[in-house]
Design a protein around this ligand. Structure first.
Ligand SMILES: Nc1ncnc2c1ncn2[C@@H]1O[C@H](COP(=O)(O)OP(=O)(O)OP(=O)(O)O)[C@@H](O)[C@H]1O
Ligand SMILES: [Mg+2]
Length: 338
């Protein structure tokens, strides 16, 4: 093993995996330095869970290699498992046991004494806000509660590497924020975390490095700000008041940047990349005014990871509205804004 492989907490090189005619992984390379968060981002079917299963020794890759905490997933799966906590995409809890019993059992399986196991279970129930439900069967838990219990289970043995497959999918906003805080705490304590997500905001919040995969291949990698920097410039969003003025507005906005403006036909809002900042905005607004086109709202903001995703894949990652956090002009009608 090279020193590099030894130093990375998680490392994969050229992982491939096919299921029948479906190539789930077409050569995935990734790496997480100790004590960092690596987010694997991608749409449904991109290969996220397959990557997680290979790294956690649940699935043998067809080709390529991977190491977790310096141990080869193929040659030394036992050592990999000893160093890794896994929370799968679908919560795996024993429904007949209570939340407390589930965690106690995991702790005992990891070789903790009774007292230590009880303490650890209690602490985790507290930090995942499951104390009230701790002593009823987990089969009666809501989906979000199961998810949190499963996450807690991955952390029982304080493994140096934790792999979380969509840890916050299906969680309400409060539980999501709590989960982010728990992950951040882990990382502050030196744990390495690989998480998969479909939420750009989650990757933005937590990840030191983001790997974007699509169809089993890495299409981009870097920090959130590096990825945003690649899109370049800023995003101008603008809504024209009259639907019939849209074509003329599109022509004016087209002059702002290298790419044509994109119209959300439901809301009538245009989004366009611009390198010209406020000057470009002023120019566009004055031309719109000259053409007698009423503008309902307009905003200029730095690119978001959504824009990155759109630029990389030509597909919006979510159906969320474009970011309009930095509204600088509310022209036209008094009901300007959203
Ligand atoms: N056991 C399997 N048998 C057959 N095909 C599979 C199997 N596991 C995954 N696939 C296929 O491999 C591809 C990648 O699947 P994977 O589960 O890794 O995607 P994902 O990124 O986790 O998606 P999601 O966001 O929906 O969880 C998909 O086309 C999927 O249908
Ligand atoms: Mg998945």
């Amino acid at each position: 093993m090279t020193e590099r492989q030894n130093r990375a907490a998680i490392r994969a090189e050229g992982l491939t995996k096919s299921f029948g005619g479906t190539q789930a992984l077409a050569g995935v390379d990734l790496e997480a330095a100790p004590g960092t968060v690596l987010a694997v981002l991608g749409p449904n079917g991109a290969g996220k869970t397959t990557t997680v299963r290979v790294l956690s020794t649940l699935l043998r890759p067809d080709g390529g290699q991977a190491w977790v905490a310096g141990h080869d997933v193929r040659e030394d799966p036992e050592s990999v498992r000893r160093n890794l906590g896994l929370s799968g995409q679908y919560a795996a809890v024993d429904e007949k046991l209570t939340g407390r019993e589930n965690l106690y059992l995991v702790a005992r399986l990891y070789g903790m004494g009774r007292h230590a196991a009880r303490r650890r279970a209690g602490l985790l129930l507290e930090s995942f806000r499951l104390e009230d439900a701790a002593d009823r069967p987990s089969g009666t838990y809501s989906g979000g509660m199961r998810r949190r219990l499963d996450l807690a289970g991955a952390l029982v043995a304080r493994p140096p590497v934790v792999v979380l497959d969509e840890p916050t999918t299906g969680l309400d906003p409060r539980s999501r924020a709590d989960t982010w805080a728990s992950i951040q705490e882990l990382v502050d304590g030196g744990t390495t975390v690989l998480l998969t997500t479909q939420y750009l905001e989650e990757a933005d919040q937590l990840a030191d490095t983001i790997v974007v995969i699509e169809h089993g291949s890495v299409v981009a990698r870097g920090s959130a700000s590096e990825l945003k920097g690649r899109v370049g410039g800023e995003r101008l969003t603008l809504t024209v008041a009259e639907p019939r003025a849209r074509a003329a507005a599109a022509e004016i906005l087209d002059a702002l940047g290298p790419h044509a403006p994109v119209l959300d036909s439901r809301t009538g809002r245009f989004t366009v990349a611009t390198e010209q900042g406020a000057r470009g905005l002023e120019h566009a607004l004055s031309r719109l005014r000259l053409a007698d086109i009423a503008v309902r709202d307009v905003a200029l903001a730095p690119p978001t990871l959504d824009d990155v995703f759109l630029a990389l894949t030509g597909q919006p990652q979510t159906s969320r509205e474009p970011a309009t956090t930095e509204v600088i002009v509310g022209a036209g009608a008094p009901e300007a804004g959203r």
